[in-house]
Design a protein around this ligand. Structure first.
Ligand code: FES
Length: 187
């Protein structure tokens, strides 16, 4: 079967980086970052409107305060990293605007599709404990529940293997996982 442009786009950047020494280093950094971020172990993905270019749903200060609190608490509770006891993790992303633009800071938790408003640090604490840990929606702050439909796109390649193939051959304790030499960074 002939591959479509979309298939190619998934594996080949339209402007591939040159394969000189720097290119190789960047490729290894990319693969190591993908690995160290634990992208294939994400259980939930939290988007929070913060640090907006045009603050509308809340002040820039309130958005940043919420973001710093979310980041700090996920780190303190080790929810943003996988462990032997808990192999899945919570991934966080600071969104410039979630387009609701009122009653912010606005936050959405996927794949649950639960939208929250007025997420002050106090609200975030409850959402972390009751929703992200306890699997119970915090109704006081939720204004919409719309889980995304489960659609699995067809793909002929096994992407985790592609990522591993780009890494230097350094073996981890888990024989199914190969690790890179560099650690990724988060904001
Ligand atoms: S500015 Fe926060 S949702 Fe648009």
């Amino acid at each position: 079967m002939q591959k479509s442009q979309t298939d190619n786009d998934l594996t080949q950047p339209s402007n591939p980086e040159p394969l000189n020494l720097n290119g190789v280093a960047q490729k290894n950094t990319f693969a190591a970052n993908v690995q160290s971020l634990g992208l294939n172990q994400i259980q939930r993905h939290v988007f929070l409107c913060a640090d907006q270019t045009k603050p509308k749903c809340c002040s820039k200060k309130a958005g940043l305060e919420a973001w710093e609190y979310l980041k700090k608490r996920l780190q303190e509770l080790k929810l943003d990293q996988s462990t032997e006891a808990q192999p899945s993790l919570i991934f966080r992303t600071k969104a410039n605007c979630l387009r609701v633009c009122a009653q912010g800071p606005i936050m959405v938790v996927y794949p649950d599709g639960v939208w929250y408003r007025n997420v002050t640090p106090e609200a975030i604490e409850r959402i972390i404990k009751e929703h992200l840990i306890g699997n119970k929606v915090v109704e006081e702050y939720a204004f919409l529940i719309h889980p995304l439909p489960e659609i699995v796109p067809s793909c002929e390649k096994d992407f985790p293997e592609i990522v591993q193939a780009e890494l230097p051959h350094q073996h981890s304790a888990n024989p199914d996982v190969e690790i890179g030499l560099e650690q990724g960074t988060g904001q």
